[in-house]
Design a protein around this ligand. Structure first.
Ligand code: GCB
Length: 592
């Protein structure tokens, strides 16, 4: 009776709150035996998207047989692009490109008893992967990792990988057709081959149990046939050396009493964790902390915390490209640190794994979100399935990062019945996958009456933390004096003001007669001064995230004099210069 056989596993999942569905990819790829496939890849640019047809079939990589034969495409003798990296920033003619680019790379391999996987950190937006001209898998969604097993597709000697990438915006995509950031396409994050033993440690969770500072809980999941094995779990600094045995499904759950120094922005302490099975070993640095909500307080390690945040897009503006490396992560996070932040909202999609890990080292708490952004058709069941998968991919990748304290489900969605039902299911799913972190979404469903603002979005009832995007002083006129504006809500919950701000072109001075006042640094600085006057009076405010750290490219911003393809709400210009508003936010954060 397979149902009964499965029961204990399902029971465990429900009890523990993690691993409600099969694992999609390996945890902590960088801790494994990898062969990087980063570097130059040959490409074919396919604007009319014809390379999937029978006639052309780019994935077959056919060569002319003789000098009477011809083939109207070739990966050889054409352009090559860097991986990782968006294609838009690598060739001027690809700047606004939104269609297919085919990538090809070869690698030499010698087969053994090992298993082989190919891992992609992210491809925006759709990917089809062919190894030795056979399709090994597809993936949709531009910001999360995926992998396919190649053990039965590789051969001794030279092998080829061909990836069709396509970044066309689509109505039933997530995000959908319209969004306010640059649609960088291609293989934007690392690619690697991963070699594993026949039975390997696929996944594990090692974190503090919710609300318990002394119980490290989790599971270890092996992958492979005959996965009943003895496991040793060690955290040497905590003198933990635990012997475990996996069940028939390769799974073991554990609870360990311990007394770790808990991770915090003031002391971002982490521990080396070693997991050894009979056939595999993996080591990772992991931190421990408790995060919870009590009434309108957010408690980090049992103490009230104020989230001094800032919004960040995954872009290096000086290079006009996606951020993709550890150095890029460091650059963006260093700015946030300098601003006085202990928290970042990584908008509007899961950022590179490097960024989360770097933030953990630097003592920065993180809000992660999936790109369920405005205009999504929530009635479409296919879209619902995509949302669920994206939440799963995000949580699976970063569940061992103690600095991640918030999962956000959506940004600025209209409160229709379909939306409420779809987001209710999504929130349930996220809680089933991870019952330890806080769940939120950013809403802009507010009612303004005179000088009072009311948070009315009914979906807030299901959240741990409310998050509001408001643009008083920019899109919305101040009702009266900012200091007189009062905020109320139907919910006894903490609030993060997840967006506020306005645009300014760096160097644009209010006193200059030839430029509009609204695009000046002074006007933007005034918005922040007024905002902080108002925000100080909100009794349940527990965090602030100005929109946004740096000016970012957005093809929807077409004011030629001031925007010119850029959203200018950055506290820093596209060259990293500090605008006047930077100093207002800095003073607020350092004064808290
Ligand atoms: C918002 C969106 C954000 C935009 C921002 C703006 O509410 O969440 O993605 O970029 O406003 O600048 O208008």
């Amino acid at each position: 009776m397979p149902f009964i056989k499965k029961l204990p596993v399902l029971f465990f999942f429900a009890l523990y709150g993690f691993r409600a569905t099969a694992q999609l990819f390996m945890t902590h790829v960088n801790g494994r035996n990898t062969i990087s496939l980063n570097g130059k890849w040959n490409v074919i640019i396919d604007p009319y998207d014809i390379g999937s047809g029978n006639w052309q079939a780019y994935y077959k990589d056919r060569k002319a047989k003789d000098n009477r034969d011809f083939v109207e495409y070739s990966f050889d003798d054409g352009p090559a692009l860097n991986v990782p990296g968006d294609f838009n920033s690598q060739m001027p003619e690809l700047h606004y490109y939104e269609s297919s680019v085919w990538y090809k790379k070869t690698f030499r391999y010698t087969k053994s008893t090992k298993r082989l996987f190919i891992y992609f950190g992210a491809v925006n937006y759709k990917a089809e992967v062919y190894v030795n001209h056979i399709k090994v898998g597809t993936h949709e969604g531009g910001f999360t990792p995926f992998q396919f097993e190649l053990t039965n597709y590789v051969k001794d000697g030279e092998n080829s990988v061909i990836v069709k990438t396509n970044n066309a915006r689509i109505k039933n995509g997530i995000p959908g057709l319209g969004f306010d950031w640059f649609n960088y396409g291609g293989i934007t994050r690392d690619v690697a081959l991963i070699e594993t033993p026949a039975v390997f440690i696929e996944d594990y969770l090692v974190q503090l149990k919710k609300n318990n500072p002394k119980l490290i809980s989790g599971y270890i999941q092996l992958n492979g046939k005959n996965a009943v094995q003895k496991i040793t779990l060690q955290i040497p600094e905590l003198k933990i050396n635990k012997q475990l045995t996996t069940n028939n499904e390769g799974l073991v759950q554990f609870d360990l009493t311990a007394n770790p120094i808990r991770w915090s922005p003031e002391n971002p302490k982490t521990y080396e964790v070693k997991i050894r099975s009979e056939t595999d070993t993996i080591t990772e640095t992991i931190g421990f902390r408790n995060i919870q909500v009590k009434g309108t307080e957010i408690l980090l390690n049992g103490k009230p915390v104020f989230l001094k945040g800032v919004n960040i897009h995954e872009e290096i503006p000086q290079r006009k490209s996606r951020a993709y490396s550890e150095a890029d992560a460091l650059e963006l996070l260093n700015w946030a640190k300098e601003l006085g932040c202990n928290f970042v909202r990584l908008a509007h999609y899961p950022h590179n794994e490097y960024t989360i890990k770097m933030a953990e080292k630097m003592g920065i708490m993180v809000w992660e979100e999936i790109p369920v952004y405005q205009g999504i058709d929530f009635a479409d069941t296919a879209i619902q399935a995509k949302m669920h998968r994206m939440v799963q991919e995000m949580i699976e990748r970063d569940k061992n990062r103690c600095n991640v304290i918030i999962w956000s489900m959506a940004n600025e969605t209209s409160p229709t019945r379909e939306r409420n039902e779809a987001l209710t299911d999504l929130i349930k799913k996220a809680r089933l996958l991870d019952s330890t972190r806080l769940i939120t979404l950013a809403t802009n469903n507010l009612s303004y009456h005179g000088d009072s603002v009311h948070i009315k979005d009914s979906i807030c009832a299901l959240l741990d933390v409310m998050a509001v995007n408001e643009y008083l002083g920019w899109y919305v006129k101040w009702p009266k004096a900012p200091g007189a504006v009062t905020w109320t809500s139907d919910f006894n919950k903490p609030l993060i003001m997840s967006e506020f701000g306005g645009e300014a072109l760096y160097g644009n001075d209010a006193a200059r007669k030839d430029s509009a006042n609204t695009w000046s640094e002074d006007y933007q600085a005034q918005i922040f001064k007024d905002q902080f006057k108002m925000l100080k009076n909100i009794p349940f405010l527990r965090g602030t995230c100005p929109w946004i750290l740096v000016d970012f490219q957005s093809p929807t911003r077409n004011q030629p004099k001031y925007q010119n393809g850029w959203n200018r709400k950055g506290l820093l210009s596209d060259r990293g210069d500090k605008k006047k508003a930077w100093y207002i936010v800095h003073a607020f954060y350092t004064g808290l």
